[in-house]
Design a protein around this ligand. Structure first.
Ligand SMILES: [Zn+2]
Ligand SMILES: [Zn+2]
Length: 255
């Protein structure tokens, strides 16, 4: 399995990062992509990926951090993206649930990164919460030529269908295991297997039965199992498909 989205460089792993990675491998999670949320955080993500086998990185500016991102840092982000272990640009996007940055600033920083990804021939990792129409508008305005993943998908069926029509991949987290996630489980059911990625978004959003704990990539099998149940497929089929999807989207070759 590949954990397509986690934040293993987060301070919450400072005390036991290597054993967390070890536990992931023992649970069958062979590779992980660590995701940057602003410039300094992206630098940390790249450093960790550089020093750790089987880890990749993505560099970007989360909508929460958009307000603190000076235009002049875009060049440094582009430079970081040249590292051979950087597979994508992001996470980027719009979060109108928390509104930690002004919406116009979020849109501006999102569109700058969509353009950057196209200039650098990279796919994108998109975070979108309570901003479906606006996210689609930005994506249509500057279409990611190399595709992308809408991570931690929690949107509507209509949003999922629009994204799938544009050949996006949908990343599903432990939220799909939550008892009240009925609409989201419907989204999993209608999403073709060849468009599904699995992710923990560690340290956030631990799946059932670990809900409330610090999340970690070793919990990814609980998400794969839920996808298998919802798709009425074997676990093995889901693992194989989601692994191939990751490799196809992010252009990596199998070891
Ligand atoms: Zn996110
Ligand atoms: Zn994230």
């Amino acid at each position: 399995m590949i954990d397509s989205h986690c934040h293993l460089h987060h301070a919450r792993y400072d005390a036991d990062r290597q054993s967390v990675i070890q536990a992931a491998h023992q649970a069958g999670v062979a590779q992980m992509m660590v995701i940057g949320c602003d410039l300094a955080d992206s630098e940390k993500a790249v450093q960790l990926a550089e020093s750790t086998p089987n880890l990749f990185a993505s560099v970007g500016v989360h909508p929460h951090e958009a307000a603190g991102f000076p235009e002049s840092d875009l060049a440094r982000l582009a430079e970081l993206a040249q590292h051979p272990k950087v597979l994508a640009i992001g996470e980027m996007g719009l979060d109108f649930y928390y509104d930690h940055s002004p919406r116009e600033t979020q849109k501006h920083v999102f569109s700058q990164q969509l353009q950057l990804a196209n200039q650098l021939d990279k796919p994108v990792v998109i975070h979108s919460r309570d901003a479906e129409e606006e996210s689609l508008a930005e994506i249509k305005n500057c279409h990611p030529v190399f595709g992308g993943q809408v991570h931690c998908f929690t949107g509507s069926l209509a949003f999922a269908k629009s994204l799938l029509a544009m050949d996006f991949y949908l990343g599903f987290t432990g939220i799909i295991t939550f008892k009240n996630a009925h609409e989201l489980q419907e989204v999993v059911k209608i999403t073709p297997l060849e468009r599904i990625l699995i992710e923990t978004d560690s340290p956030y959003l631990a799946p059932i039965p670990f809900r409330g704990k610090r999340n970690e990539p070793a919990f990814l099998p609980a998400i794969a199992e839920k996808v298998a149940e919802l798709k009425n497929e074997s676990l093995q089929t889901v693992i194989q498909a989601t692994t191939e999807n990751f490799e196809r989207l992010y252009h990596i070759k199998r070891n």
